[in-house]
Design a protein around this ligand. Structure first.
Ligand code: F6P
Length: 322
C-alpha cells in the first residue's frame, strides 16, 4: 500500500482535525502518501483531492470543525455516485481509506468497499456517541462540556427567578449527551429517547422538586426524547399542569469550538489506529477505544448493533435529583 485517503463525513465533530492530523502523520511516518478528500463523499464524487503532508496539518489540533470540510451526500447514496467516487480514487492511486464520521458515513464506506473493493477503515467521529465499537466517539466530550457550560449559566438565572427550564441537547436518536450533561448539571429530570417520558410524570417531578424546597428545576431533553423536542414537551407539561417552563434549544453551538483534551487524545489515537489497521491488511473495520484499549469492530456490526446508554448512570441521576 502506497497511498491512502482520509476524509470526514456527516456532522462535523470537535476533534476531527486531530484525527486527520494523526492519519497524516502516522501514515507519512510509515512511508505512505496521504491525500485528503474534501467535503466527504461529495468531494470523492467531484474528485476534490489534495495531498497532505505533516506541515499541512500543523496548528489544527486545537481547532473545531474539520479542515477537510464535510457534507451529507445524497448522490453517494446511489450506485452511480459511488461508482464515480471509486473511479476518482482509482485514478488518484488511493489504495485505502480512513473515514472519520458517524453511522451514515460508515454505511457509505461499507458500500464502497463491497461494490468497488476499496479497503476502508472507519473512525468514530460524531458528537452523538451512538456508535457501537467505541466507549466514546470523537467530539462527544467537547459537546458535553459546551452543553454543561450553558446549563450552569441557565441554573444561575433559573435559581434567581425560581424558574423551570427545559434545555434541549443534540444526539439525534440517542440520549448519551443528555444523560451525561444531565448528571453533570444536576438536572431534576433527564428525558431520553431510550426511556420515553409521560408529561404528567415529568410535571409531577417538577412540582415535587418545588415542594422539597428547590428554587429551580432543570429538565434536560434529548432532541429525540419527545416529539417536538424540549418545546413539545414543555407545551405538553404546561397543558397538563399549568407550569410555565422556559425553553432553551442549545443547537449547533454543541458542535463548535476547541476540542477538549480528552477528544484530542482520543482522536489522535483513533486516527493512528486507522492507518495501522490499513497497514495490517484490515478492511471493513471500525477502530474504537474500549476500556482505554484500541479495539477493532467489523463495520457491518458497528452499523447494525445499537449502543445502549448506561442504565446504572441513568438510575443514579434519578437518585441524585432527590
Ligand atoms: O449527528 C450529529 C448531529 O449534530 C445530531 O446530534 C443532530 O441531530 C444532527 O447532527 C444535526 O444535523 P445538521 O447539522 O445536518 O442539522
Amino acid at each position: 500500500m502506497k497511498r491512502i485517503g482520509v476524509f470526514t463525513s456527516g456532522g462535523d465533530a470537535p476533534g476531527m482535525n486531530a484525527a486527520i492530523r494523526a492519519v497524516v502523520r502516522t501514515g507519512v511516518a510509515a512511508g505512505l502518501e496521504v491525500v485528503g478528500i474534501r467535503s466527504g463523499y461529495e468531494g470523492m464524487i467531484a474528485g476534490d483531492l489534495i495531498p497532505l503532508g505533516p506541515r499541512d496539518v500543523a496548528n489544527t489540533l486545537q481547532r473545531g470543525g474539520t479542515m477537510l470540510f464535510t457534507a451529507r451526500s445524497k448522490e453517494f447514496l446511489t450506485p452511480e455516485g459511488r461508482a464515480k467516487a471509486a473511479a476518482n480514487l482509482r485514478t488518484a492511486g488511493v489504495e485505502g481509506l480512513v473515514c472519520i464520521g458517524g453511522d451514515g458515513s460508515y454505511r457509505g464506506a461499507l458500500k464502497l468497499m463491497q461494490e468497488h473493493d476499496i479497503p476502508v477503515v472507519g473512525a468514530p467521529g460524531t458528537i452523538d456517541n451512538d456508535l457501537y465499537g467505541s466507549d466514546y466517539t470523537i467530539g462527544f466530550d467537547t459537546a458535553v462540556n459546551i452543553a454543561l457550560d450553558a446549563i450552569d449559566r441557565i441554573r444561575d438565572t433559573a435559581a434567581s427567578h425560581s424558574r423551570v427550564f427545559f434545555i434541549e441537547v443534540m444526539g439525534r436518536h440517542a440520549g448519551f449527551i443528555a444523560l451525561e450533561v444531565g448528571i453533570a448539571g444536576g438536572a431534576e429530570v433527564i428525558v431520553l429517547p431510550e426511556d420515553p417520558v409521560d408529561p404528567s410524570v415529568c410535571a409531577e417531578v417538577i412540582r415535587d422538586s418545588s415542594r422539597k424546597g428547590k428554587r429551580s428545576s432543570i429538565v434536560v431533553v434529548a432532541e429525540g426524547g419527545y416529539p417536538g423536542g424540549a418545546q413539545g414537551l414543555a407545551e405538553a407539561v404546561k397543558t397538563r399542569s399549568g407550569i410555565e417552563p422556559k425553553v432553551t434549544v442549545l443547537g449547533h453551538i454543541q458542535r463548535g469550538g476547541s476540542p477538549t483534551a480528552m477528544d484530542r487524545v482520543l482522536a489522535s489515537r483513533l486516527g493512528a489506529a486507522g492507518v495501522e489497521a490499513l497497514l495490517a491488511g484490515k478492511r471493513g473495520v471500525a477502530v474504537g477505544q474500549i476500556n482505554d484499549e484500541i479495539a477493532l469492530t467489523p463495520l457491518e456490526e458497528a452499523v447494525q448493533q445499537r449502543k445502549d446508554i448506561n442504565r446504572l448512570k441513568y438510575k443514579l441521576a434519578q437518585v441524585l435529583a432527590l
